[in-house]
Design a protein around this ligand. Structure first.
Ligand SMILES: Cc1ncc(COP(=O)(O)O)c(C=O)c1O
Length: 435
C-alpha cells in the first residue's frame, strides 16, 4: 500500500532497521496472534499481556508430564523438583531486577505481594502514618493503600497523599515528588511509587525517590508492573526497601502468572521485621519436620506463604532464558530506538490529530507510548475500534488514550511502522466528510 511520502520513507527506514537488528530472530521464539482470516496481527500490547514464548508450552507440558508420571514424587524427582522451584528462578529474576538472588522471590500475584509487603513496611504510628502515591495510580494500588490505611484504623482522607502533576500537565516532575516527600516530612510512613506509570508511560528513577523518602525516615517501595523486563532496574543499589511486579506483561509468562517481589537485603535478613507468614517462608531445611515454630528463611523467600503454583510458574523459566540470551542492555538499546521510531513516525503520520502523553525524553519512558486522540471521547473510541479492525492490537484507556508498546523482544520496526500507518488511515477514515 502506498501512503503519503513521509510514511513511504519511514517504511524504507523500518525495513533497514529490521535488517540491522541483531535481536530480530527472537521474534520467531514467540507466538504472534492472528486475525480471523489467519493473518498475523500487529501486536503492540505487551504492556498489558506479553506474547507467549513458544517454549512456555513445553515447560508447562513438562510439569504436567512430571505430575502424571510421578504424582507426589514430583516434589523431589521432577525435572525441576517442585520443592526448590522458586529458589531456582531467583538468580535470573534477580538479574532483571538488579538485585541479589536472595532479595527476590517468585510468588503469588502482584496485589497480594504488595499487601504482604505493606504488612511489613507500613507500620503507622500516631505521628508517622501517611502514604504517598501518584494521583491516578492504577486502581488496585489505590485500593491497596486505602484498605491498608483503614486496616490500621486510620482515615485515607488524612493519611493518603496523592501527588498530581502541575495544573495543565500530564507528567510528574521529579523535583515535585522530592518536594512533596520533604513537605510531608516525619508524618510520612511510606512512598509507594510506580517504576513506569501505567497510563502515561512515564518512567521514574528509583534512587532519588528512595533517598528523599529515607531522608524523612519513610520507607520506599515500588510497583514495577510496567517496569520489569521493560527498563533496566538496579533495585539493590537504589536502596529501595521493597518492590513487587507481575509477570504477564513484559515478562511474557501468561495471564495471571506467578508474580515477583523484592525485599532489600537489610530487611530480608532481619528476623525482627514483622510479617504475615506461612509454612513456605520457613527454613526449607526444617520445613518438613512440621514443627510448630516458624523458623525464618533469610531474604525475600521468607515472605512466601504457600508452595508455588508450578503450572503458572513454569513459563517464567522459558521467559527468563530468553531475557538471558537477549540481554537487558541490548534489549534496552533496541527499545530506545524502536520507541523513538514509533514516536517520530506517529507524529509525522498523524500530525494535528494526536498528542503523545508519554515523555519525549527517552530516558523517562520505557517502550510504551500513550497516544491521545484529539477530538473527544467518542471520536477517540471510534478510532481505537477502527485501528483494531485494521489488525493493530494496542489497548484503550479512558477517556481518549491508546497505549501502544513496541516490545524489543518480539516487535519489529515494521510493526511500529504499520501501527502508525494504520492509525493514520483510521484517522483519515474517521474524519467527517467536508472537514
Ligand atoms: C500498575 C499496576 N498495578 C497493579 C496491577 C494489578 O495487578 P494484579 O491483578 O496482577 O494484582 C496492575 C495490572 O495490570 C498494574 O498495571
Amino acid at each position: 500500500m502506498s501512503g503519503p511520502a513521509p510514511l513511504d520513507a519511514a517504511r524504507v527506514r523500518a525495513l533497514a532497521l529490521d535488517e540491522g537488528d541483531e535481536l530480530r530472530s527472537f521474534r520467531t521464539q514467540f507466538s504472534m496472534p492472528r486475525g480471523t482470516g489467519g493473518e498475523e496481527l500487529t501486536y503492540l500490547c505487551g504492556n498489558s499481556l506479553g506474547l507467549a514464548p513458544l517454549a512456555a508450552r513445553a515447560r508447562v507440558l513438562e510439569e504436567l508430564d512430571d505430575w502424571e508420571r510421578l504424582g507426589v514424587r514430583g516434589h523431589e524427582q521432577g525435572r525441576r523438583a517442585w520443592v526448590g522451584y522458586a529458589e531456582r528462578l531467583a538468580p535470573s529474576l534477580a538479574q532483571l531486577a538488579g538485585a541479589l538472588p536472595g532479595e527476590v522471590v517468585a510468588m503469588n500475584s502482584l496485589t497480594v505481594n504488595l499487601h504482604l509487603l505493606l504488612a511489613s513496611f507500613y507500620r503507622p504510628t500516631g505521628t508517622r502514618f501517611r502514604i504517598l502515591i501518584e494521583a491516578g495510580a492504577f486502581p488496585s494500588d489505590r485500593h491497596l493503600v486505602t484498605s491498608q490505611i483503614r486496616w490500621h484504623g486510620l482515615d485515607p482522607a488524612t493519611a493518603l497523599i496523592e501527588l498530581a502533576p502541575r495544573p495543565g500537565a500530564e507528567l510528574l516532575r521529579m523535583e515535585d515528588v522530592e518536594a512533596r516527600i520533604g513537605a510531608a516530612g516525619t508524618s510520612l510512613a511510606l512512598v509507594l511509587w510506580p517504576g513506569v506509570q501505567y497510563r502515561t508511560g512515564q518512567a521514574f528513577e528509583l534512587a532519588p525517590i528512595v533517598r528523599s523518602a529515607h531522608r524523612v525516615g519513610a520507607m520506599a517501595g515500588f510497583d514495577l508492573a510496567h517496569a520489569i523486563g521493560n527498563v533496566p532496574l538496579a533495585l539493590h543499589d537504589s536502596g529501595a526497601d521493597f518492590a513487587a511486579w507481575c509477570s504477564y506483561k513484559y515478562l511474557n509468562c501468561g495471564p495471571g502468572a506467578i508474580a515477583g517481589a523484592f525485599v532489600h537485603q537489610r530487611h530480608g535478613d532481619d528476623a525482627r521485621v514483622p510479617r504475615l507468614s506461612g509454612w513456605w517462608g520457613s527454613n526449607p531445611a526444617t520445613r518438613f519436620r512440621m514443627g510448630s515454630e516458624f523458623e525464618l528463611t533469610p531474604g525475600a523467600a521468607g515472605w512466601q506463604l504457600s508452595n508455588p503454583p508450578i503450572l503458572s510458574a513454569a513459563p517464567l523459566f522459558a521467559s527468563l532464558e530468553l531475557f538471558a540470551a537477549a540481554g537487558m542492555e541490548r534489549l534496552r538499546a533496541k527499545s530506545l530506538q524502536l520507541t523513538a521510531f514509533l514516536h517520530d513516525t506517529l507524529l509525522a503520520a498523524c500530525a494535528g490529530e494526536i498528542e503523545i502523553i508519554t515523555p519525549a525524553d527517552p530516558r523517562q519512558r520505557g517502550c510504551q507510548l500513550s497516544v491521545r486522540v484529539l477530538g473527544g471521547n467518542e471520536r477517540a473510541r471510534q478510532i481505537f475500534t477502527a485501528l483494531e479492525r485494521r489488525g493493530v492490537i494496542g489497548d484503550w484507556r479512558e477517556p481518549d488514550t491508546i497505549r501502544l508498546a513496541p516490545v524489543p523482544l518480539y516487535n519489529s520496526y515494521l510493526d511500529a511502522w504499520r501501527a502508525a500507518e494504520q492509525l493514520a488511515a483510521s484517522l483519515r477514515d474517521g474524519r467527517a466528510p467536508g472537514r
